[in-house]
Design a protein around this ligand. Structure first.
Ligand code: GH3
Ligand code: MG
Ligand code: MG
Ligand code: MG
Length: 313
């Protein structure tokens, strides 16, 4: 049994100074019906610079999972009225939640529970009572592995921006959010102008440098909530939350002005400037994601038709 009152705050400070967990700045959901355990864990995790939410039952956990994005969940099995297994099913049936790192934190120390949990997709199983340091180290290891996996699965290796797989996943979540909390959202489709001639004239390596340079230039000119992804060869897409088509046009016009007035790459003493064509489309109620992407793509195509180096809607 963990006695909270016995733990002094400065002792906690000292102990957690050695924790690697604090380097990850994660958001964690604790699902457990033991109030004392939850508040103990919350205190310790906060000292490790985690953002922590607590749920004492399955329904509260479901509500929090709909409202926030977590890096990891710890789940107690023995809870009332619904057991932890009910949340397990809920998580694993939801395509947006089934990959969420999950550690079972249970008082049950029998093999059948452990086996069942791992078969259901738990990433780890820790029995109570436990040492905080061990749990923190396990959380750290799991988050690191998850981040490495996400880096491989969701990033474009050439430019470092998100890939299409991540974009598709994330845009679905974004639209789910908008159904609950309506807000405008716009999509931008970008295609580099005459990019083939860069490759043909200066070589594929210079083409690669230009792609990297443009991706970087786009990224630094966007807000942290905007989602930039490489869609295909020399095509990028951007989702702009809380942005109408008029605002999206203004943002992209500004970015195009910046891109074309400064070289995006340099190689062997030469500098390389480019232009792009872009189409902007605001999402409308009832529109599917492919329809939305096509609308932005069509506007981009019109920009090409009208002479490239411009943004249309
Ligand atoms: P437009 O202005 O009409 O878009 O003409 P474009 O030359 O940009 O378009 P096109 O579709 O004819 O050529 C796209 C080129 O992009 C062809 C392909 O070799 C190049 N490309 C695609 N992916 C990469 C990549 O990863 N690296 C490099 N260097 N080139 C790439
Ligand atoms: Mg319990
Ligand atoms: Mg193209
Ligand atoms: Mg092109």
């Amino acid at each position: 049994e963990i006695s909270l009152t016995e733990i002094q705050m400065d002792e906690l400070q000292h102990q957690s100074a050695i924790s690697m967990l604090r380097t990850l700045k994660s958001r964690i959901l604790l699902v457990d019906d033991d109030d004392a355990l939850r508040s103990y864990l919350t205190k310790r995790l906060q000292l490790d610079e985690c953002v922590v939410d607590e749920a004492s039952n399955v329904d509260t956990a479901k509500k929090l999972l709909r409202e926030h994005t977590y890096d990891l969940v710890t789940l107690d099995l023995m809870m009332h009225p619904q057991s932890g297994y009910e949340l397990f099913e809920y998580l694993k049936e939801d395509p947006t939640l089934k990959w969420l790192p999950l550690i079972v934190l249970s008082g049950r120390d029998d093999v059948s529970d452990k086996v069942r949990c791992f078969h259901l997709g738990a990433d780890d199983y820790v029995t109570k009572p436990f040492q905080y340091e061990e749990l923190a180290a396990r959380i750290y290891g799991l988050l690191k592995r998850t981040r490495n996996f996400e880096q491989l699965a969701f990033r474009d290796p050439l430019t470092g921006v998100f890939n299409r797989r991540y974009f598709d996943l994330q845009i679905g979540l974004e639209l789910q959010r908008i159904e609950r909390y309506p807000a405008p959202i716009s999509l931008v489709f970008i295609d580099i102008d005459s990019f083939k001639s860069v490759n043909d004239t200066y070589g594929h390596h210079v083409g690669d440098l230009v792609l990297q340079g443009l991706a970087h230039r786009l990224q630094v000119n966007l807000r942290s909530t905007d989602l930039l992804a490489r869609f295909g060869g020399e095509e990028f897409v951007i989702a702009l939350p809380n942005t109408t088509v008029d605002q999206g046009m203004a943002i992209m016009q500004d970015i195009l002005d910046k891109v074309r007035s400064h070289p995006v790459a340099q190689y062997e003493g030469r500098t390389f400037a480019i232009t792009f064509s872009a189409g902007v489309a605001e999402w409308q109620v009832g529109m599917t994601i492919p329809e939305w992407v096509d609308k932005a793509d069509d506007a981009m195509y019109q920009a090409k038709q009208q002479g490239k180096n411009r943004v249309l809607r």
